[in-house]
Design a protein. Structure first.
Length: 184
């Protein structure tokens, strides 16, 4: 019987590298609803080039669960720990998870990105990511909106049309907990 975990906060779960999908499937079989955001990339084998889905946050997945009942999570094959400060797990901001889910649902090209702490903050005014805020970068002539999960100190970049973006402020952001927040 599936537990209702929808009222619990999101936590980042660290897994063994390349065991993210394996751990997610085991958590799903235990009644949890893990969130494993992926991106598609091209990998070269000796005889062909193949598209493969890889985790946006290698070594991590997200899951909602009751912190007081985390043992089933911790004993799941492939799981190392619930991410936190010291031995105390820390929930991931709901706005950060919602922003990542929005990027995944948009279908736009995305990729992992180094964690950023400074840059120009913009708001997306139109397109599938309308209402989101983040950092706009220009990489090889393409514009990307960068989203970060502060707890993991990792980021994701998604391609956007520059015309969709308008500045939120004229000065660079120096500190903030979320690079990309969904505007309410």
């Amino acid at each position: 019987m599936k537990e209702d975990n929808s009222n619990f906060p999101w936590f980042a779960v660290q897994t063994r590298l390349r065991y993210e999908q394996f751990a997610a499937e085991h958590l799903r079989s235990k009644g949890y609803d893990p969130f494993l955001p992926v991106y598609t990339c091209r990998r070269r084998w000796s005889d062909r080039i193949k598209k493969v889905d890889l985790p946006l946050f290698p070594g991590y997945l997200f899951c909602k669960f009751d912190l007081q009942n985390r043992l089933p999570i911790l004993v799941t094959p492939g799981v190392i720990q619930v991410v936190g400060s010291g031995k105390c797990p820390v929930a991931v901001d709901d706005a950060e998870i919602a922003a990542i889910q929005g990027i995944i649902q948009s279908g736009l090209p995305r990729e992992p990105w180094p964690f950023l702490q400074v840059g120009q903050r913009v708001r997306i005014a139109s397109g599938p990511l309308s209402g989101y805020e983040g950092i706009l970068l220009n990489v090889k002539g393409n514009h990307r909106l960068v989203l970060s999960v502060s707890l993991l100190r990792r980021s994701v970049a998604v391609e956007v049309d520059r015309a969709w973006a308008s500045p939120v402020s004229s000065k660079p952001v120096t500190t903030y907990s979320a690079i990309l927040d969904h505007a309410s």
